[in-house]
Write a protein that binds this ligand. Structure first.
Ligand SMILES: CCCCCCCC(=O)SCCNC(=O)CCNC(=O)[C@H](O)C(C)(C)COP(=O)(O)OP(=O)(O)OC[C@H]1O[C@@H](n2cnc3c(N)ncnc32)[C@H](O)[C@@H]1OP(=O)(O)O
Length: 204
């Protein structure tokens, strides 16, 4: 991807298109017949307008995930399936660091549903993996990878309700960093997670 460059207008168009994909993914799961046709037509009209007249997107927010130059000097795109505005699989999340604690919020729609009205357990694990990884990353200079992650499902995690994910480091032992956290809906802890992140062995 070394020659990947993009104008601000094209980055904005890419993120607008990802938002269209998100709305269509939800609409496909809760609309039928004319309702679904109306949504598809409206989104297609929006995409046509954005393509033919760039000023259509002039008032949009500045792109949050344009291509960027990595620390190693190559140009790349944030593909992250939790945070990238440009990846339609990613819900929109906020992430805040408060000292050692990382907090992430999001509201999940039907594409993330498992049992009726509840978030798919695997996606709850994705959210915890991500917030715990951020907590670990904030304490280390090097990269580290999830080595183990244990999830405990205490309560149903609701679809369509704001969720708060919290993560903190509990222990650092050489290359090993342990972290723990939870997902809350309101004041209720629905899911807990704890795991181990390991930095690769230094090259000899
Ligand atoms: C932008 C980025 C977004 C990030 C998203 C969130 C993070 C991710 O999703 S990461 C992707 C998923 N994870 C991966 O792909 C990792 C795959 N695994 C690996 O690459 C390797 O196993 C790796 C590099 C983590 C560790 O390899 P290696 O150095 O050989 O590990 P290994 O020596 O077996 O274990 C390291 C230490 O952990 C200990 N350990 C291993 N498993 C456990 C466990 N379950 N509990 C306690 N200790 C353990 C070992 O005993 C060892 O301890 P010590 O150093 O004291 O002897």
């Amino acid at each position: 991807m070394s020659d990947l460059v993009e104008s601000r207008a094209d980055s904005t168009l890419a993120e607008f298109t990802a938002d269209v994909c998100r709305r269509l993914a939800s609409g496909l799961l809760d609309r039928t017949g004319d309702d679904l046709r109306d949504l598809v037509a409206q989104e297609v009209d929006g995409l046509r307008a954005a393509l033919s007249d760039p000023s259509f997107l002039d008032t949009a927010d500045a792109p949050s995930d344009p291509p960027f130059v990595s620390p190693k000097g190559y140009t790349t795109i944030n593909t992250n399936p939790v945070t990238s505005r440009r990846n339609p699989l990613a819900p929109l999340v906020t992430i805040e660091h408060d000292g050692d604690v990382v907090e992430m919020t999001t509201t999940l729609s039907l594409p993330y549903q498992g049992p009726r009205g509840r978030v798919h357990g695997g996606y709850a694990a994705v959210l915890l993996d991500h917030v715990l990884w951020h907590a670990v990353r904030s304490r280390l200079d090097s990269v580290s990878f999830t080595r183990s992650l244990t999830i405990t499902y205490e309560q149903a995690l609701p679809i369509g309700t704001e969720l708060t994910m919290t993560g903190r480091v509990t222990e650092i032992d050489g290359r090993k960093t342990f972290a723990a956290g939870e997902i809350k809906a309101g004041d209720v802890v629905c899911v807990r997670g704890e795991g181990l992140w390991v930095s690769p062995r230094p090259r000899t």
